[in-house]
Design a protein around this ligand. Structure first.
Ligand SMILES: Nc1ncnc2c1ncn2[C@@H]1O[C@H](COP(=O)(O)OP(=O)(O)OP(=O)(O)O)[C@@H](O)[C@H]1O
Ligand SMILES: O=C(O)C1=C[C@@H](O)[C@@H](O)[C@H](O)C1
Ligand SMILES: [Mg+2]
Length: 169
């Protein structure tokens, strides 16, 4: 209960902002990507390579749907919004914050997508992935925070202000 779950595109800052947010609020912090790796005893890239995108999503759904924590900031993986059961669970246990970043900024921030282990279909571009996922992030978000072109500290302040206002999407 009372958790803060961060969702958004890979590179939006869920992990980097999440850990600082937890410190400021006196919360715990977990990164569900790391829990997946621990439970599977494999890296994310290995799971994607060995089990394929659908296999990875099944693992991601199972792990995220079974998270039981309190007063915790949860950084999720960018693809968690394909997992409806997991998203319903995370929504029921606290507030879901979508860290929104423009496609332009994201293109500048992200290097090698394959190297990051992003779930891309063959030949899919970042633009097409962005268009595919944006409605899903919006669907599951209680609060949407647009990072604009802030640095990490600036984005953190935007998240804190939005949480204080309790803005609902
Ligand atoms: N305003 C900002 N907010 C967050 N991160 C920023 C910002 N500006 C630059 N960065 C950088 O962008 C990167 C964000 O990566 P991070 O791993 O936190 O993203 P993520 O959302 O957790 O991605 P993934 O879905 O792959 O886990 C970091 O290298 C961070 O330093
Ligand atoms: O956005 C994605 O497709 C992903 C992001 C990572 O956080 C991991 O969850 C995984 O590598 C897939
Ligand atoms: Mg992350």
């Amino acid at each position: 209960m009372n958790n803060i779950t961060l969702i958004g595109m890979p590179g939006a800052g869920k992990s980097s902002i999440g850990v600082v947010l937890a410190k400021v609020l006196g919360y715990q912090f977990i990164d569900s990507d790391l829990i997946i790796q621990k439970e599977e005893k494999r890296t994310l890239s290995e799971i994607i390579e060995q089990d394929g995108p659908e296999g990875f999503k099944a693992v991601e759904n199972r792990v995220n749907a079974s998270i039981q924590v309190e007063n915790t900031v949860i950084a999720t993986g960018g693809s968690v919004v394909y997992c409806d059961e997991a998203m319903q669970h995370l929504r029921s246990e606290g507030v879901v914050v979508y860290l929104k970043i423009s496609l332009h900024l994201l293109s500048k921030r992200l290097g090698n997508l394959k190297g990051r282990g992003v779930l891309l279909k063959d030949g899919q571009t970042l633009e097409s992935l962005y268009e595919e996922r944006t409605p899903l992030y919006e669907k599951y978000a209680d609060i949407i925070v647009d990072e604009e072109d802030k640095d990490l500290e600036g984005s953190l302040q935007l998240v804190l202000e939005a949480l204080k206002r309790g803005e609902k999407a």
